[in-house]
Write a protein that binds this ligand. Structure first.
Ligand code: ATP
Ligand code: MG
Length: 409
C-alpha cells in the first residue's frame, strides 16, 4: 500500500537531498503535469544532473536499485508507505534508428532533457522547494489550452518512437484534451507505422486507453487518426450496419463502470466479433492467457444473461459460479440498459453464500464408479444430468440421484 501523501513527501525529500549535495534536481514529466492539473500523480519522477553512480553514492547501495542505469535511471527506495522514486539523470537520446528506442543516451542539461520528452504537457520540471515551474517547452500554455502537442517537429518525434502516436491518443482521452492540428496530422500520416512497436508496448497503452476515463473518446480518436486500422482493424467499420454496431459498442463501453481491460475489450468487440477474433487480438498484442480467455469467454457468452428470470437454474447457475461472472453481469448490464433488470437479479444471487449458490454435488464420479459404472462418454453426461436435476430441485438426496442414474441407464 502506498500512501499518496507519504509518496509526495518522499519525492520532496529526494529532491532536497540531491540539492543539499550540490546537484540540480526537480520533479519531472507526468507528475508535474498532474500537480498542475490538480490530479494525484500515479508516481513521482525526479530529474537531476547527478550521474547514476553519484545518485547511488548519495542514497546508498542498499536503498537504490540500478535497474535502468544504462538509461541513467536509478530507483531510490523510500519508507514503507512512500514507495519508490525513479531518479533520472538529465539526458538526451541520440538517434532512434529503429523507430522504437534510442541507440544510446548522453547525459546533458535540463533543457535538453525537456526536449527529448514526448508532449509539451509532459515536458516540464517543478522545483518543489520553491514551488517554481521550469518550463522550456511552453507546456503551461498548452495545459491552459488543453492541447496535446509534440515537442518539436511531430513527424520527427513520431519517427523516433512510434508509440508516441498512441500516447497522444491516451493523454487526449484521459484529460479530455484536443490533439494539436499539426500533431494530429502527423499521426494520420504515420499511423500505419505503429506496427514496428513491440506488441507489449502497444498493449500497455491500449490497456490504459480502454480502461481510463475518456475511453470512448479514446476509441473514436484511434479510429479517426487511423491507428485503429493498424492495431485493432476489427473495430473499423465498412458500411452502415457495422457503423451502427460500432456506435452501439461505444455506448456499451461508455456505460461500463469498472475498469477491467478484458471486459472493456469484450464490450468493444462483442457486436462485431466472435470469440475466435478476440483470441486473434490477444495473440496480436501478446496479452496474458487470462486476459484473452476472459475477453473471449465474455464475447462467447454476451447474450447468455438475457431473460435470466426465465432460465432454468441449472442453466444460469454455471454462469454465476464462473470466475468471470461479475464481468459477464457488468457486460450484460451495459449492453441492455433499458431492458428488465437482469443484472440486479444476478447480483442478488452472487451475494448469496457460496453453499447456497453452489451446493456440493449429490453424486460424484467416485460414487458412480462404486456403483459399477465405467468412465466413458456417457459417464460425464449422466453426472451432468444428475447435477442439473439437483440444481433444479428435482432431487434432494443421494438415494434419489442413484435412482435417477438407474432410470437413465
Ligand atoms: P502516467 O500518469 O500515465 O504515468 P506519465 O506522463 O507519467 O503518465 P510515463 O509513461 O510514466 O507517463 O512517463 C513519464 C514521463 O517520461 C512522461 O511524462 C514523458 O515526459 C516521458 N516519456 C515517457 N514515455 C516517453 C516516450 N515514449 N517518448 C518520450 N518521452 C516519454
Ligand atoms: Mg508516470
Amino acid at each position: 500500500m502506498i500512501e499518496p501523501e507519504q509518496q509526495r513527501n518522499f519525492a520532496l525529500d529526494v529532491v532536497c537531498q540531491l540539492r543539499t549535495a550540490g546537484f540540480e534536481a526537480y520533479w519531472a514529466g507526468g507528475c508535474v503535469r498532474d500537480e498542475l492539473l490538480g490530479r494525484k500523480p500515479k508516481d513521482y519522477d525526479v530529474a537531476t544532473n547527478a550521474t547514476p553512480p553519484e545518485v547511488r553514492a548519495l542514497f546508498g547501495h542498499k536503498r537504490t536499485l540500478p535497474l535502468g542505469a544504462v538509461f541513467g535511471v536509478i530507483t531510490v527506495l523510500g519508507p514503507r508507505l512512500a514507495g519508490m522514486i525513479e531518479v533520472a539523470t538529465f539526458r538526451h537520446d541520440a538517434e532512434y534508428s529503429d523507430g522504437r528506442h534510442p541507440d544510446r543516451v548522453t547525459f546533458s542539461s535540463a533543457r535538453e532533457d525537456a526536449a527529448r520528452r514526448d508532449f509539451t504537457i509532459n515536458g516540464m520540471f517543478f522545483d518543489p522547494i520553491n514551488g517554481q515551474v521550469i518550463d522550456f517547452v511552453a507546456g503551461q500554455e498548452d495545459l491552459q489550452r488543453r492541447l496535446i502537442r509534440a515537442i518539436g517537429s511531430p513527424r520527427l518525434r513520431f519517427g523516433e518512437d512510434k508509440l508516441r502516436m498512441l500516447r497522444a491518443v491516451r493523454f487526449a482521452a484521459m484529460f479530455g484534451f484536443t490533439i494539436d492540428a499539426e500533431t494530429a496530422a502527423a499521426v494520420r500520416e504515420m499511423a500505419h507505422e505503429i506496427t514496428v512497436v513491440s506488441p507489449e508496448r502497444i498493449a500497455m497503452e491500449m490497456r490504459r486507453v480502454l480502461t481510463e476515463t475518456g475511453r470512448v473518446q479514446g476509441v473514436r480518436l484511434l479510429v479517426e487518426l487511423g491507428l485503429a486500422a493498424a492495431v485493432l482493424p476489427e473495430i473499423v467499420t465498412r458500411d452502415d450496419t457495422t457503423q451502427a454496431q460500432a456506435e452501439h459498442a461505444l455506448d456499451v463501453l461508455g456505460r461500463l463502470r469498472d475498469s477491467n481491460f478484458s471486459l472493456a475489450l469484450a464490450a468493444l468487440l462483442a457486436e462485431q466479433a466472435d470469440a475466435a477474433m478476440v483470441r486473434k487480438v490477444g495473440l496480436r498484442w501478446k496479452l496474458s492467457n487470462q486476459e484473452t480467455d476472459e475477453a473471449a469467454w465474455l464475447v462467447a457468452h454476451r447474450d447468455a444473461l438475457a431473460r435470466t428470470r426465465f432460465m432454468r437454474w441449472s442453466k444460469l447457475q454455471p454462469l454465476l459460479v464462473h470466475p468471470w461472472a461479475e464481468s459477464l453481469v457488468a457486460l450484460h448490464e451495459a449492453s441492455s440498459p433499458h431492458g428488465p433488470d437482469e443484472a440486479a437479479y444476478c447480483r442478488e444471487w452472487l451475494a448469496q453464500p457460496r453453499e447456497k449458490l453452489d451446493p456440493p454435488p449429490l453424486l460424484t464420479g467416485d460414487d458412480l464408479r462404486r456403483h459399477g459404472l465405467h468412465p466413458g462418454p456417457n459417464f460425464k453426461k449422466i453426472l451432468q444430468a444428475v447435477r442439473d436435476a439437483q440444481l433444479d430441485g428435482e432431487i434432494q438426496t443421494q438415494e434419489e440421484s442413484l435412482r435417477r442414474v438407474t432410470e437413465m441407464i
